[in-house]
Ligand binder design. Sequence first.
Ligand code: SAM
Length: 285
Amino acid sequence: MVAIEVRPIPASDHRDARKVCGPWCCARRESGIILDVDADSRDRWSALAHRNRRLCSPVDPARLVTFIGQLPVPPAPYAVDLGCGKGEALRLLLAEYGGNGTGVDLSARMLSDAGGSDEAIDFIQADAAGWRPDRLADVAICMGSTHIFGGMAGASAALVELVRAGGVVILGDGYWRSVPSTEHLQAFGMEAGELTDLDRLVASVADQRLVPVAVQPSSEAAWDDYEWSLIRSIELWALENPDHSDVESFTSRTRMMRDTFLTWRRAAMGFAVIAAIKAPRTGAA
Ligand SMILES: C[S@@+](CC[C@H](N)C(=O)[O-])C[C@H]1O[C@@H](n2cnc3c(N)ncnc32)[C@H](O)[C@@H]1O
């Protein structure tokens, strides 16, 4: 069992139901289907949908290992992962370089699935938006969780403060490969401005005293694997638990995601992992 430290979350900070995952993952707004959804229902759905995955983002683990292996990370780093889910990105990083880390996530369900007896990682249940490590990190990760900070620019600005000069920031976020029609967006409960294109996404990282050194857009295969693993996890659970009170709302939401994925999201949405180095602060900066 992993030891999980629980930090109290102020009542005012209990997240709204739409902010469990990023917009690339699932609709956040109040479409007809998810009007009645509360934060806990959202968290239950997310934990169930991701139950058969270690990485809870549309990223291929083998490619992520290659990506991580290219970065200028010192031996035995201290690394932090905000919105860590099951801590898999952090675990892959530490498997490559050694060291130790801290994973922060709001969801007890996600953290309880972190599994293993990983003494190199401390897991903390807390709002990552207000969390600070007690020392500067060599690496800071925020993969698929940039919505905690209002998007990529906010996440970059937050993470740059958590690493030493020369440290590495690894961020993952969705982007538009092509902007869908207003009708498509409305059906999914999303606005065009919630994502940007890949060059602006990378630029928003570069704006924050960070120098991008690697960008890895996810393949269509990684997206297909991700979406269908979520759909499969929910549908198989629903077949096994037909009388569960969550079945109707969970399958409705999942099928809406399936249909929008097939009709337009598969072609329109991308996801990219970006690594950047923290530039030293210059006198002029
Ligand atoms: C799509 S998952 C990504 C998880 C992980 N980074 C990964 O890629 O495997 C988003 C995660 O953000 C977490 N989260 C959402 N809001 C949060 C907050 N304010 N503070 C910490 N974690 C949060 C969710 O519980 C969820 O585990």
